[in-house]
Design a protein around this ligand. Structure first.
Ligand code: FA5
Length: 344
């Protein structure tokens, strides 16, 4: 029986040496080493041998299996090299062809506009302050001069959590309180920050309104800050964002946390003020709300409002991007639709 094994070994090795292609190599492998291969069959028949021969036979069969497996692996590499060389010679592999395109991701349009807005404010000396998405009712409303049951709370329909008093922020304005308390040195230090971040509102989704959207808040606190500073700073920002010729106008408005409060319009970026469907033929588009920080809010931030003053503003980057790229529906932003995203 051991003679049979030796014969199989020499037959297998001779056969392997002559093989030059991967098809024959596969056949050889299943013929000798495969599940139904000859060596496996011989090993299965071990029980039929006289008991005293079984140990020697098994040992030798396993050695042969090891030898053949190693020879097979070595020969596989030889055949692979051989086939590659042949393919190159025959010109099947054209190394001058361009490579397959690699799928590259891009930045989300919200991220792009956020970065652009942040870069402008950074140039103007504002630092980024990141505030939390999950807020308490006090900071989102009460400390911003919106007490419980105040009708202004209706302006911001809120997502409540199951935990009493814990909500998703409806705007970035609560970040004003955090920034003043963190950076204000108990009302002794001036502040110049912007606060970008996601906001959440439980409201009807429409082409203009999402239940989640970004805002960029701004806050400046100092000893002699006036409305003139606010108007000049925002006009400067608008011209950096939309171009030197942009006109800016301010309309009286109301926010409980600023007094006085204003809404800011810029001359329509598409028609330049002549009137088109983007500006609804008014020549103007609204870009943000703003105002002088209310004395109550300054106080809640740790400042003495008889000595300190400040201005604040809040804008919606998605709405800004919509106007910039003529995006008709805000719901595209979070739809995850690549046909939309790949345009940016
Ligand atoms: C506010 O949220 C104020 N906190 C802004 C502010 C800050 C005023 C500081 C004064 C001082 P308002 O609700 O208007 O205001 O939202 C501000 C901007 O967020 C809007 O101009 C708009 O661009 C964007 N925005 C508001 N609601 C949505 C929405 N549902 N979907 C998309 N963008 C929205």
């Amino acid at each position: 029986m051991t003679d049979n094994l030796e014969m199989l070994l020499s037959e297998a090795l001779t056969g392997l040496e002559n093989i030059q292609d991967s098809g024959s190599l596969q056949k050889w492998e299943s013929q000798f080493l495969g599940k139904n291969g000859r060596l496996t069959q011989m090993l299965k028949g071990i029980g039929k041998l006289p008991p005293e021969q079984r140990a020697d036979f098994g040992k030798r069969a396993n050695e042969i299996k090891q030898t053949l497996t190693e020879a097979y692996e070595q020969h596989t590499e030889i055949v692979r090299q051989h086939e590659l060389g042949k393919a190159l010679e025959e010109g099947e592999l054209d190394v001058t062809l361009p490579g397959r395109p690699v799928q590259r991701g891009g930045l989300h349009p919200s991220t792009r506009i956020l970065r652009q807005i942040q870069a402008i404010w950074a140039e103007m000396g504002f630092q980024v302050y990141t505030s939390r998405d999950v807020e308490d009712d006090d900071t989102n409303f009460t400390l911003l001069n919106i007490p419980p049951h105040h009708p202004a709370r209706d302006m911001w329909d809120t997502f409540y959590t199951t935990q009493e008093g814990v909500i998703l922020r409806t705007h970035t304005s609560p970040g004003q309180i955090h920034a003043m308390r963190d950076y204000g040195g108990n009302g002794t230090q001036p502040i110049r920050v912007i606060l970008p971040g996601m906001c959440y509102r439980y409201e009807q989704m429409t082409a203009r309104s999402e239940i989640q959207f970004n805002q960029v808040e701004g806050l400046a606190v100092g000893r002699h800050i006036t409305m003139t500073d606010l108007k000049g700073t925002i006009a400067d920002f608008a011209r950096r964002l939309y171009g030197e010729d942009t006109k800016v106008r301010y309309r009286a408005s109301h926010f409980p946390f600023t007094e006085p409060s204003m809404e800011v319009d810029v001359s329509c970026t598409l028609c330049g003020g002549k009137g088109c469907n983007v500006c609804k033929y008014t020549g103007w588009i609204e870009i943000m709300g703003c105002g002088m920080v209310h004395p109550v809010v300054l106080q809640n931030g740790g400042y003495d409002p008889t000595e300190w003053s400040g201005f604040a503003f809040g804008m919606g980057p998605e709405r800004i991007a919509m106007r910039k790229h003529d995006i008709k529906d805000i719901r595209y932003f979070w739809s995850g639709d690549l046909r939309f995203l790949e345009q940016f």
